[in-house]
Design a protein around this ligand. Sequence first.
Ligand code: PMP
Length: 329
Amino acid sequence: MTDQEGDPMTQASSQASPMTSATTPSDADDRPLIYVNGQLVPRSQASINVFDHGLLYGDGIFEGIRIYNGRIFKLEQHMDRLWASAEALRLTIPISREEMIAVLRRCVEANEITDGYIRLVITRGVGTLGLHPFKCPTAGVVCIADQIALFPPELYTEGMRVVVANRPRIPVVCLDPRIKSLNYLNNILAKIEAIDHGCLEVIMLNTEGFVTEGSGDNIFIVNDGVLHTPPIDAGVLEGITRRFVIDRLSKDLGLEVRVRNFRLPELLDADEVFLTGSAAEIIAVTQVDQHTDGKITSTRKITDGEGEITGKLRACFREIVTGDNIPED
Ligand code: PMP
């Protein structure tokens, strides 16, 4: 690495460079400053070309990343997943990993964020009106460091009601869910089922009837003190929070984790159910409803409020992310 590599402020201006000068917003409210293809610009000026295939076809990838106490949680794992998604789509990220990390840190600093969320988007780039991905010479890079509130704060202590989506998850052979792509329509249509029935999250099954995940989070069940979560090949995103529960939190708490397939009846009979995600963090599911023809047809209460083990996992998570040793690995 040269002295200048990774320094967002020393790069020349081009689509592929990590960053040029920070534009000072004329209006201090025009925040956050957003990185778009080499420039840090005020919110109202942050835009992409309408010929970008990220917009035209959802051809692109993204990461949602938490910032805790000024540190970028599991930064290296997010970079690994981003580059793996890019490779699966044969998408060339136009800046190096070091430069990308510098962009993220610059966005966090420029917006003075100590606790927040980064949305990093890589689009296929500007091309023609046809699908052909390789007619887009340079991928686009957008980095937004801001705040996110996926669910109302009270749900983190009370737990939440969800519905089971009638629409199955796209089979893995059709679209590998490990690719964190800009195509979220399967999840959005499932989420609409939840919204139609007065809640904010769904449980999605695969075409074989196995439980997969939520529309934007992974799922765990707890039975007799053991955690169970579906394997990646059931059709789930390889969630970084899921991995943190498996690799760190469960170990800190001495809990066994079994990664295996299970069907809906097992979930409905579970002692506890919870969801994990960078945006969602850890949140209990206290009730699971099923619906047909616009009506709720069955309701299953899982717990009264947050279950004991979910509470312990959430407390352990909070202790780590509010502590002095927030992992960036
Ligand atoms: N599944 C889906 C479909 C998601 O969109 C997300 C959010 N990125 C997750 C699971 C959770 O993954 P992570 O813990 O890496 O945020």
